[in-house]
Design a protein around this ligand. Structure first.
Ligand code: NJP
Length: 223
């Protein structure tokens, strides 16, 4: 039977590109994000191998319901991709909008933890792989203090989870991309990764031979 990947932030950018790559590789894909219309368009494009599961990653019970639906629809979940994230226009501790700051921590930190909490029981049944979208900004210090700090959290969590999941045969990968050409950054820097480059890295992590744990992939634009 085909394997199944559960993706958050599936409606756009890296998540949508990963859904396309996974379907092309023979996987089923459960698509979780808030934008129902965009998930619907992706299901129209990719067909029966996909399932739209609209919801917000800050809502643990919405994630748990989505995982239950994906498991019963596809017969199991072999990999999870906690990828939903948001940035801030002004990310300074004092300059940034207070509600934006709270919202970003809620999505990038709590949303990631809720995704892991919801999907891990399913991954335990398949000895599956959890992939997290970190960032180059979670591997080095940048100006824009809060966004980078949320991504340092992702990297710290990923290392601990790799050890924790190994106890039952699971794997955890964190992907640290530099700038990617998605709606996430509106400023026009010329040299960026394409979302397909990150999708390739995710596919590598989840399809690696079970004896190999791909713990971290650091991906930068070459030019
Ligand atoms: O951005 P974009 P990316 N609940 O805006 C979803 C990281 N990253 O693909 O809910 C559920 O195209 C949103 O869906 P919707 C970045 O930090 C990027 O670039 O429908 N989903 C959409 O599908 C993030 O972790 C760069 O609005 C929520 C997706 O998140 C990841 O890559 C560099 C949500 C965002 O798609 C994907 O971002 C880097 C919520 N509450 C790391 N809030 C880069 N682009 O340069 C948002 O190092 N989403």
């Amino acid at each position: 039977a085909n394997k199944t990947l559960f993706i958050t932030g599936a409606s756009s950018g890296i998540g949508a590109a990963t859904a396309r790559a996974a379907v092309a590789g023979g996987w089923n894909v459960a698509l979780f994000a808030r934008s129902e219309d965009k998930l619907g368009a992706l299901v129209d494009e990719l067909g029966d191998a996909t399932l739209a599961l609209p919801g917000d990653v800050t809502d643990l019970s919405a994630l748990e319901d989505a995982v239950t639906r994906a498991e019963s629809h596809f017969g199991g979940i072999d990999a999870g991709f906690a990828n939903a994230g948001r940035g801030m226009k002004k990310a300074g501790t004092v300059e940034g909008d207070a509600d934006d700051m709270r919202g970003m921590v809620d999505v990038n930190v709590m949303g990631l933890l809720w995704t892991a909490r919801a999907v891990i029981p399913a991954l335990k049944k398949t000895k599956g792989t959890l992939v997290l979208t970190g960032s180059a900004a979670g591997r080095r210090h940048i100006s824009g203090s809060i966004y980078g700090a949320t991504k340092w959290f992702v990297h710290g969590y990923a290392g601990n989870m790799a050890e924790e999941m190994r106890e039952w045969g699971g794997r955890c990968t964190v992907i640290a991309p530099g700038m990617v050409d998605t709606p996430f950054f509106d400023e026009g820097k010329p040299d960026k990764l394409q979302p397909e480059d990150v999708a390739d890295a995710v596919m590598h992590a989840i399809t690696a031979d079970p004896r190999a744990a791909v713990r971290e992939i650091f991906l930068m634009p070459q030019n």
